[in-house]
Structure formats: C-alpha cells, structure tokens
Write a protein of this length. Structure first.
Length: 222
C-alpha cells in the first residue's frame, strides 16, 4: 500500500481500539499489531469500555481487573497504550463520545482511526449516534472468522461508495472505512471464559501474565 496515500498528509496517526477486553486475548493483540503495521499508526490506544451498552446479558468482571490485564498484556510494547476516558466518564461507554473526545484533542498533523472487528461493524447501526461516527474519523474494520463486513447494513444505509478495486469505502463526509484482512483468530473472550470455567489451560491464547492474573485472582471460575 502507498504510505503517502494512507497518511493523507498527516505526520502521524493514532488508532483507537475499543473493547470490553473481558479478558484481553492474543486475537486482540495480534490484530492491533497488524493494523498498526498496515496503517503506519504511531500508537494504538486500547479503550476499555467501563460500562458497555451492549453487554447486558451477562455480568462483566470488575473494570479494575480488566484494566490490570490489558496493562499486563501491553506492558512490553511502548506503542500500545491504555486509555481511561470511558472509565472516568459517568454512565454507559459510548464510542461516539470517546471518538469526539480524541477528535477534539487531535494535534496538528495527527490522523485518527477507529479500529473494530467485522462482528462489531455488522451491528454498528445499534450504536449511539452511529451516523455521526463516520463524520469524525476514518474506520478500520478487521476481519474476523464467520463475519462478512461487506454484508454490514451500514455500508448501504450510510451511502458509502466503494473506492476503486480495493477494500476502501468512502462516506459522504469524506471519511473512509477500510477493510483489513488479518491473520484469522477464531478465539473470543467468551471462549476464554468458558475454557477457564472448564478448568482448561489458557496457554497460547492469552499472554502468560494475563493467564497468571486470571488464575491468581480466581476470575471466570463460574
Ligand atoms: P466477547 O466474546 O466477550 O464479545 P471479544 O473477543 O469479542 O469478546 P471484545 O472485547 O468484545 O472481545 O472485542 C473488542 C474488539 O476486538 C471488537 O471490535 C471485536 O470485534 C474485536 N475482536 C475481538 N476478537 C477478535 C478476533 N479474534 N479477531 C478479530 N477481531 C476481534
Ligand atoms: Mg465481542
């Protein structure tokens, strides 16, 4: 890919990667790394959703534990950071408010991307003020097994147009959505929690320090 085209005249770009991270796993980390390389992002900022509006069907473990595990997982990578903006904010964690916050605080010459998986993109029309999301920054949708981002209803409802032969779509606002194929990881936090409940090993699914944290804090046992 042409770097100058991707940076669109920006000197540096940051990617925001939101999630519940209950817990963070190697799928999250490897995907973030591949997005960073493909889009020349200087930093990927993990945004921990304190109170995710969509996860109402099950209890989520304490924010503090999820925070600690992301911290451990990214400790050895100076270009990965963890943000507490959604923790400090009262009420539900809406991405529109987080993106607006980062958009307001952008420095001159800085570009902003929001990173999400194909599963999340396919249901983005359920997000608060979703029509405004695409007016604030560019989006990167990462592939995820069993989800086809080309089927996302929002591509039609928000009148995106396909740009050339590539995997880039343009919103009427001028911002883009890029689809990126990453190494497929058929794992999810749901699966990780199930493995712990069943007393099986998490080795090679989460970073060692995260596995140790889960075991010593006794998380996800029931
Ligand atoms: P859960 O099963 O609890 O929903 P999850 O594995 O989907 O957990 P989230 O915290 O919900 O993790 O996801 C955060 C972001 O990472 C979302 O945009 C999601 O689409 C993306 N993501 C998570 N796991 C993967 C994966 N294996 N491949 C690609 N994207 C992923
Ligand atoms: Mg999920």
């Amino acid at each position: 890919m042409d770097r100058s085209g991707l940076l669109k005249g920006k000197e540096r770009s940051i990617g925001l990667f939101g999630g519940t991270f209950d817990p963070i796993h190697l799928g999250h980390l490897r995907c973030a790394k591949e997005v960073q390389e493909a889009f020349y992002l200087s930093h990927v900022i993990f945004i921990l959703a304190a109170t995710p509006p969509h996860k109402v069907d099950r209890p989520i473990i304490a924010t503090k534990d999820r925070w600690n595990m992301v911290k451990l997982a990214i400790a050895d990578n100076p270009s990965f950071a963890l943000s507490d903006v959604e923790i400090k904010r009262e009420g539900k964690s809406y991405s529109i408010e987080t993106i607006s916050y980062y958009h307001r605080n952008l420095k001159k010459g800085e570009g902003l991307f929001f990173i999400l998986g194909a599963d999340a993109f396919c249901e983005i029309e359920t997000w608060k003020d979703y029509t405004q999301l695409f007016t604030l920054c560019d989006f990167i949708v990462i592939s995820r097994p069993n989800f086809d981002p080309l089927q996302a209803p929002v591509l039609t409802s928000e009148r995106f147009t396909k740009e050339g032969a590539g995997n880039r779509f343009l919103h009427p606002s001028g911002h883009s959505v890029s689809l990126l194929s990453v190494t497929p990881f058929g794992i999810s936090s749901t699966e990780i929690r199930r493995i712990v409940r069943e007393g099986r090993s998490l080795t090679y699914l989460v970073p060692q320090a995260v596995e140790a944290y889960i075991l010593s804090a006794g998380l996800y046992r029931e």
